[in-house]
Design a protein around this ligand. Structure first.
Ligand SMILES: Cc1cc2nc3c(=O)[nH]c(=O)nc-3n(C[C@H](O)[C@H](O)[C@H](O)COP(=O)(O)O)c2cc1C
Length: 174
């Protein structure tokens, strides 16, 4: 798939099949993250956690249940794969760097025919849970900032209206 096609085809999936993502695809997705731009070349501030363990994915869901008080909270929508990008930096730069890695993964997953979703909301609850952070094997000072939930979508996503985003104003100067 051409890059331009993947950019246009990417759409959030919020209903995944439980089927495991083949290892070659997982590796391709992780490679895509590693090619992302990173501010000031600080690749050392980032860590990628590839999560497919069902029990651990359930613990992440339970962190959302605890934080929201909603027993039906399901931030990963059944995705069998969550790739978390953590950062040792604070503020905007951590958000910007991790977003670059995640977007690369979403586009790669789209190219591979996999459903995908940018997941950020639940990570605050994960970051606040010391026991869960230990289970994620994150070194001291590394906090999860952004993630990509990936898997086979239960159904083909609806095609988007073109242009989809007619809300963001674009100024052409000069
Ligand atoms: C920084 C960021 C955080 C997001 N966090 C979540 C999230 O936690 N849960 C979720 O369901 N979608 C999340 N999304 C997905 C957006 O809701 C989605 O991209 C947006 O509604 C546009 O829809 P589209 O992805 O289908 O184009 C996030 C997207 C971005 C860029």
């Amino acid at each position: 798939m051409e890059v331009k096609q993947a950019i246009r085809a990417r759409v959030s999936t919020r209903s995944f099949l439980p089927d495991r993502v083949p290892e070659e695809m997982v590796n391709e997705i992780v490679q895509a993250a590693l090619y992302a731009p990173v501010g000031m070349h600080r690749f050392d501030t980032l860590r990628i956690t590839v999560l497919q363990d069902k029990a651990l994915l359930e613990k992440i869901r339970l962190a959302a249940v605890k934080a929201s008080g909603d027993e039906h909270a399901d931030p990963l929508h059944g995705a069998p794969l969550l790739v978390i990008v953590s950062s040792s930096q604070e503020g905007d730069i951590a958000g910007a760097n991790t977003a670059c890695l995640v977007e690369n993964m979403l586009l790669c997953a789209t190219d591979l025919g996999l459903g995908n979703l940018y997941v950020r909301g639940v990570l605050a609850a994960v970051a606040a849970d010391e026991a869960l952070l230990r289970e994620l094997n994150l070194p001291e000072g590394m906090k999860p900032v952004a993630s990509a939930a990936i898997g086979y979508a239960t159904k083909k996503p609806e095609p988007r209206k073109t242009p989809f985003n007619d809300v963001t104003k674009v100024d052409y100067l000069g």
